[in-house]
Design a protein around this ligand. Structure first.
Ligand code: COA
Length: 169
């Protein structure tokens, strides 16, 4: 387990989500631009619940979300990771990612995703991962394609239209 609690990519340092990351998540979850494609801004209470759920997820499954910082000045870049989730009644493992806006457009979501997929397949021995995004979220669709995900079908998630992609080893 300790193997995956922290890791690096070429530009980033990742550490598993901890309660101490609460202030950074408050900041992210209050940002209207970041949260526009993630169900809207969240209250601090909702963010506390989010972090508790995601800490429980780590305990239950041995993997979950990581917090990423840039290696140069240790700024909070975003969060990304793996989550067990329900997709139209089927249990799936999802790749999720969200970055602070100043880090968009530099290939960083793709860099995070590449390393998380490597951990998924080579350390956790998972065989397939899904990723889904709103039909309007073109940047996220492009990230999925760059990571090698294949479009599978249109789905409804949280009452909204999403595209479901899948990657198998
Ligand atoms: C989606 C998100 C993670 C992308 O992060 P990022 O670090 O900018 O992604 P990358 O730089 O690795 O790749 C983005 C790609 O999308 C492309 N792109 C960006 N906006 C686009 C648009 N409106 N239409 C088409 N392509 C677009 C970029 O050109 C790039 O592709 P390229 O490398 O071929 O040029 C980031 O915008 C984000 O955190 N958004 C808010 C949260 C979110 O939506 N998370 C995903 C939920 S499923």
């Amino acid at each position: 387990m300790h193997l995956i609690e922290t890791f690096t990519t070429s530009r980033l340092f990742a550490e598993r989500l901890r309660f101490q990351h609460l202030n950074e998540l408050y900041r992210m979850h209050q940002n209207t631009q970041v949260m526009a494609t993630l169900g809207g801004v969240r209250s601090d209470e909702a963010t506390r619940l989010f972090i508790l759920n995601n800490l429980n997820h780590w305990q239950q499954y041995g993997f979950g979300l990581w917090v990423f910082r840039d290696k140069v000045n240790h700024q909070f870049v975003g969060r990304a990771g793996l989550r067990n989730t329900d997709v139209e009644g089927m249990s799936e493992i999802e790749l999720a990612y969200a970055l602070m806006t100043k880090f968009w457009g530099k290939g960083l979501a793709t860099e995070m995703g590449e390393k998380i997929l490597k951990v998924s397949f080579e350390v956790l021995n998972l065989h397939e991962i899904v990723c889904f995004t709103l039909t309007t979220n073109k940047a996220s669709q492009r990230v999925m394609e760059k990571l090698g995900f294949q479009y599978e079908r249109d789905i409804i998630h949280a009452n909204l239209p999403y595209l479901l992609y899948r990657l198998k080893v």
